[in-house]
Design a protein around this ligand. Structure first.
Ligand code: C2E
Ligand code: MG
Ligand code: MG
Ligand code: MG
Length: 282
């Protein structure tokens, strides 16, 4: 469009287009509308506690049901939300939907821990813990029902403030997980200082553990580290039974991955849980 108009801002306009020729400002406006008008959808992936064989938690993963482009995955819009300053709104909308779902499942007889992914920018926002508390109260859920998953990159921003914000959430009883553990830059000293409850070992290590002694060593030593620090170890991205067996053998606490289930829409997850309850534990 810029080229046709004959103005000189062509290069700028091109830079502002993504690979599909869309204009960033239009995308930002659409995303803002999506957050406000209920186009965000959550899919839920179960977390299996290996010691008991029970699913007592799920992770909420955001999708955008776009009016013309279909169902969009987070890599298509999370960065945009961040750069456009929409992350605070997106996260509180996601927590709101997730907790409403948690409340509804609880009313139907199953209290599941709800894990929600938050971005580093949420954790330098001093207002965030109060927002979380208000949402928990609104849905009449205790803080222990909620786990916030954060990546190690939070440590790259304002670390002191992030630790303070996380500490307030922890004091309230909200769980905190380090997501994609092992792929970031956090030193062990940072890890020891962070108020967290869970480590989620990145799926690159989990996926390779049955074929690679080195990957297996990373899994077992991370497991020891997590337990020494009193943290729950979650293995993400288990794609086959051999991996689940190996994780069970090594004493991993919780497993997640396509082998158990892909992330599912709320109703499908409910049916999955129902069917699962009728068969013996894997
Ligand atoms: P994550 O939190 O590490 O989530 C795990 C991702 O791996 C999900 O992709 C999930 O569908 C996928 N996955 C799960 N099990 C397997 C497996 O066995 N094999 C493989 N290959 N993949 C598996 P998804 O849903 O596309 O999400 C990607 C990332 O987007 C998430 O990574 C998270 O960092 C981010 N994200 C998702 N939802 C939200 C949200 O509500 N807010 C924010 N800020 N970020 C989110
Ligand atoms: Mg996650
Ligand atoms: Mg992860
Ligand atoms: Mg990830």
């Amino acid at each position: 469009y810029a080229a046709k108009s004959g103005r000189t801002g062509v290069a700028v306009y091109d830079e502002e287009r993504d690979g599909h020729g869309r204009h960033r400002l239009e995308d930002v406006a659409q995303l803002r509308r999506a957050i406000e008008q209920d186009e965000l959808v959550l899919h839920y992936q179960p977390k299996l506690a290996l010691a008991t064989g029970t699913v007592d938690g799920v992770e909420a993963l955001v999708r955008w049901q776009h009016p013309t482009r279909g169902l969009l995955f987070p890599d298509a819009f999370i960065e945009l939300a961040e750069s456009a300053g929409l992350m605070a709104q997106l996260t509180s909308r996601v927590i709101d939907i997730a907790l409403a779902q948690c409340r509804s499942w609880s009313d139907r007889g199953r209290l599941l821990t709800m894990a929600v992914n938050v971005s580093p920018s949420n954790l330098v926002d001093e207002a965030f813990p109060d927002q979380v508390r208000a949402l928990l109260a609104e849905h009449e859920l205790s803080a222990g029902c909620l786990v916030l998953e954060v990546t190690e990159s939070l440590l790259m921003e304002d670390r002191e403030r992030a630790v303070r914000v996380l500490g307030r959430l922890r004091d309230d009883g909200v769980g905190v997980a380090i997501d994609d553990y092992g792929t970031g830059y956090s030193s062990l000293a940072y890890l020891a200082a962070l108020p967290v409850t869970e480590l989620k070992l990145d799926r690159t290590f989990v996926g390779e553990m049955t074929g690679s002694p080195r990957a297996e060593s990373i899994v077992t030593s991370t497991l020891q580290l997590a337990h020494a620090l009193g943290l729950v170890l979650v293995a993400e991205g288990a794609e086959d039974q051999a991996t689940v067996d190996a994780l069970t053998f090594h004493g991993c606490d919780v497993v997640q991955g396509y082998h158990l289930s892909r992330p599912l829409p709320a109703e499908a997850l409910w049916s999955w849980l129902d069917e699962r309850a009728e068969v013996p534990v894997a």
